[in-house]
Ligand binder design. Structure first.
Ligand code: NAP
Length: 251
């Protein structure tokens, strides 16, 4: 089976993997709406893709923390696109606190953007897809959500919550023919990882990550997948490390 995505919304489409997913979909001829809170960045990405791609790209400015705006924006974009086959939730932020810093504002922002915004957008998409008995929801979680990490406590908590949310959503809508895909990238070269002091191993480009994400989503069957798959082995090891050892690691 290979699903065709002709009309897509990408929340968090102004940079990184979201922008690259929009590019690859538009090269394939899809109409794509990209959502983010930086209007200039969105306009630049849309301008570039509209000049180069085959499909139409529509920018929409929105901060995912303005949860009440999501339903009307969703309806407007679905109208502009002429329907919807795919919703990707790629919006996210990551803060790595210094040792000794306990910053509730940052932890809260990560939960609001990475999780609550995701619940707002995927709930709306799930209701539409359940009614139309088709559609794909892709959520960008992370391998970071597999364990509570010393170095990024708020981020790992947000990704664990997003992973659980997507599994629950999948279990609600799979019976209606709706495909809910959890992707858990390892390390991808984007703005999010650019400032990390230690460059992590096994980093891949946003282009490669996006093409693996689309290939996974097109296969259908509501998978939960590490991107690339070799991170699954890392996750297996991490799961089996006793807490007394895990807490000493610089992860
Ligand atoms: N890079 C990695 O190694 C990696 C690994 C695993 C998972 N991920 C996850 O993959 C997703 C995409 O990240 P990326 O690496 O591509 O980083 P990125 O280039 O920084 O992209 C993050 C996206 O989130 C959007 N965003 C952030 N805050 C927002 C807000 N308040 N409202 C609306 N949109 C907001 C940004 O758009 P605006 O700034 O324009 O709002 C941007 O489009 C994230 O969920 C991230 O946690 C990344």
């Amino acid at each position: 089976m290979s699903l065709r995505f002709q009309r897509a919304i990408i929340v968090g489409g102004s940079s990184g993997m979201g922008a690259e997913l929009a590019r690859q979909l538009s090269v394939d001829g899809a109409a794509v709406a990209i959502v983010g809170h930086r209007a200039d960045e969105l306009a630049q990405v849309a301008g570039r893709l509209n000049a180069a791609g085959k499909g139409r790209v529509i920018p929409a400015t929105h901060d995912v923390r303005n949860y009440d705006e999501a339903p009307s924006l969703f309806e407007r974009l679905v109208g502009d696109l002429g329907g919807l086959d795919l919703l990707v939730y790629a919006a996210g932020v990551m803060f790595v606190p210094e040792d000794g810093v306990y910053d509730f504002a940052q932890d809260r922002a990560q939960m609001e953007i990475n999780v609550v915004g995701g619940m707002a957008w995927t709930n709306i998409a799930a209701a539409r897809f359940e009614a139309q008995r088709s559609g794909t929801i892709v959520g960008l979680s992370s391998i970071a959500g597999e364990r509570g990490r010393r170095t990024m406590p708020g981020y790992t908590t947000s990704k664990a919550a997003l992973t659980a949310w997507l599994e629950a959503l999948r279990n609600r809508v799979a019976r209606y023919g709706v495909n809910v895909v959890t992707v858990k990238p390892g390390v991808v070269d984007t703005a999010m990882t650019r400032d990390l002091v230690r460059k992590p191993p096994m980093m891949i480009s946003a282009e490669r990550a996006a093409s693996l994400i689309l290939a996974t989503a097109r296969r259908g069957g509501s998978p939960s997948a590490f991107i690339p798959a070799r991170w699954g082995l890392v996750a297996l090891v991490l799961h089996h490390l006793p807490s007394s050892i895990f807490r000493r690691l610089d992860l």
